[in-house]
Design a protein. Structure first.
Lengths: 111, 115
């Protein structure tokens, strides 16, 4: 089993739609969680960190469920510019700040 | 802004060549990482380093080695390049800073083709 698993996608949604991605992780001792965004042929960039209480940044909401070991990302009012691959990232509690990436979920927003 | 710089955007090497991929970061980060990214497989960790001269194997270290002689520089070495090492290679760095809640910053990637 992979340490971090994501919906494979692709998700094809119209502009204005709400879309949700889920991610599960296997190491219950993991401490930190992130969502990264990666555009085609570009490097990943941090979208948002995920905190225990959940957090929101504009149209984006991230949730963490430690009991079920999953993380979610909700995008409201999708824009064409949201089209990208979204990577779930877990900081393994190995003592070495080792980051484990999910394979990514591709989102395509169409007019 | 943090800057992570990889020495090359594109490289073409021959099978059997020794290949060096260089990564430099300018934010005094303790931790540096090398990943490779392949379609459908996502980012897979090759090696990481949490301090100068310290290194740890990631998930796919076979065929690779690393060097961290200075804090700002982390090199990935393909001892004898093979065609199955054709991939996008991404370097990242992050701070420890007493907490694990720090983001990783990536270089622009090196697309390596082994022919």
């Amino acid at each position: 089993r992979k340490e971090v698993e994501q919906d494979p996608g692709p998700f094809n949604v119209p502009e204005g739609a709400t879309v949700a991605f889920n991610c599960t992780y296997s190491n219950s001792a993991s401490q930190s969680f992130f969502w990264y965004r990666q555009d085609c042929r570009k490097e990943p960039k941090l979208l948002m960190s995920v905190y225990s209480s959940g957090n929101e940044d504009g149209r984006f909401t991230a949730q963490l469920n430690r009991a079920s070991q999953y993380i979610s990302l909700l995008i409201r009012d999708s824009k064409l510019s949201d089209s990208a691959t979204y990577l779930c990232v877990v900081n393994s509690n190995s003592g070495y700040n080792k980051l484990i990436f999910g394979a990514g979920t591709r989102l395509a927003v169409h007019p | 802004d943090v800057k992570v710089t990889q020495s090359s955007r594109y490289l073409v090497k021959r099978t059997g060549e020794k290949v060096f991929l260089e990564c430099v970061q300018d934010m005094d980060h303790e931790n540096m990482f090398w990943y490779r990214q392949d379609p459908g497989l996502g980012l897979r960790l090759i090696y990481f380093s949490y301090d100068v001269k310290m290194k740890e194997k990631g998930d796919i270290p076979e065929g690779y080695s690393v060097s961290r002689e200075k804090k700002e520089r982390f090199s990935l070495i393909l001892e004898s390049a093979s065609t199955n090492q054709t991939s996008m290679y991404l370097c990242a760095s992050k701070a420890t800073a007493g907490t694990v809640r720090t983001e990783a910053f990536f270089g622009q990637g090196t697309r390596l083709t082994v022919v």
